[in-house]
Ligand binder design. Sequence first.
Ligand SMILES: [Ca+2]
Length: 88
Amino acid sequence: MNLPAQWEPATDGAGSGIFGYSYVVDKIANTEVDQIFDFSTLPTSITIGSRGNGDYYVHVRAVDNNFNKTAGQNWSEVAHFGPFTFSR
Ligand SMILES: [Ca+2]
């Protein structure tokens, strides 16, 4: 199963710009996403795969281009999306 997705890209104001994102899909409403880079742009298709029916959530945080220079200060708060309910 796949969920099509459209995103408004993150912005960094007058900062260093957005480097990319860390991203998790699961069945938990408030997962804290790790600060380990996954994607430079967010996927337009979210893979649920064969994980079955249920309510899914997508969790995303952005990181700026300074992320490897100032540890711990360059990741955004986590944004939570969902639930997206799959049943068939
Ligand atoms: Ca990650």
